[in-house]
Design a protein around this ligand. Sequence first.
Ligand SMILES: NC(=O)c1ccc[n+]([C@@H]2O[C@H](COP(=O)([O-])OP(=O)(O)OC[C@H]3O[C@@H](n4cnc5c(N)ncnc54)[C@H](O)[C@@H]3O)[C@@H](O)[C@H]2O)c1
Length: 313
Amino acid sequence: MQKNKILITGVAGFIASHIANRFLAEGYSVVGVDDLSGGKISNIPNGVDFIQGDLADPQTIQRLPTDCRQILHLAGQSSGEISFDDPVADLTMNTITTLRLIEYGIRNSVERIVYASSMSGYGSVPDAPIKESHHPTPLSCYGIGKFASEGYLRIYQHKMPYVAMRMFNVYGPGQDLSNLRQGMVSIYLAQAINSGRIEVKGGLERFRDFIFIDDVVEAWWRAVSRNEPLNHAINIGTGIRTSVGDLLCAICDQIPGSSFYISGSTLGDQTGIYSSTSVMKELLGFEAKTKLHQGLPSFVAAAKMQLQSSLNR
Ligand SMILES: NC(=O)c1ccc[n+]([C@@H]2O[C@H](COP(=O)([O-])OP(=O)(O)OC[C@H]3O[C@@H](n4cnc5c(N)ncnc54)[C@H](O)[C@@H]3O)[C@@H](O)[C@H]2O)c1
């Protein structure tokens, strides 16, 4: 039987490599693209048909197969702080790539595109679960680029249906521990393991919604395999409000002897945000299962092994 072929972008990165594993296990034929600007070749699961290239470059688009049925677009730059270093580069990686894939998808009659959007689009919000209908006021170039991508997807939805996955703070094994400017859990964890001293750029009373990678993979699986989510933006979060102080205490419990100190702030940082999950429950038929106290220990174990093996090399 002909396997269903899908295109997964950013496949050498943290989230897309986990998603690729799931689709391979479900019997899909996976074509993966990455320019390796942030991801690692070692992250790409066996069985992925890999194409190396920058998706903002039309020549990379020309090298993609014409018979993929779905696009899962996760390639991009994923740090609000880094987006201020070079806003044009951020726009190119996050938004121009989306436009190129919209053109490619329409040209090849792709059935749907599922997009890695972000809670960063919401910007400053009240201290309450944030609904998808909340008026977006992004605080970073990154948030603006993600929100713009969603706008392009919406405009072209009649030619190629979309699902926008507004992911909150994703964490788990495989997250890049060498990048100390992206991923709140991975930044703190890497410092705790490496030096026992965690630098916190911002207040402890800030709050976030931390979602474990396995729950995110399940959400993406449902976004591809169900019809209800088509042409919707969906929050992908737990609905649980966790303060930065509580996250730090949980990490310090896992890494005995570690401590933290506050130093300055992070450009474009959101004070606090957590997710309303009613749309996710309704359209994906799903609720995140993994609490922070369950997900963190497996991330800590994987992180210790990863850092140890990089020291041995
Ligand atoms: N990690 C989170 O908490 C989170 C939350 C919301 C949204 N997102 C989004 O999800 C996606 C995946 O995030 P991640 O944490 O796995 O990041 P990641 O950096 O691990 O993965 C992104 C991958 O995209 C690749 N890439 C970047 N620009 C590219 C280009 N122009 N062409 C081809 N490949 C390119 C990188 O090399 C990298 O492998 C990103 O789009 C990010 O913005 C992440």
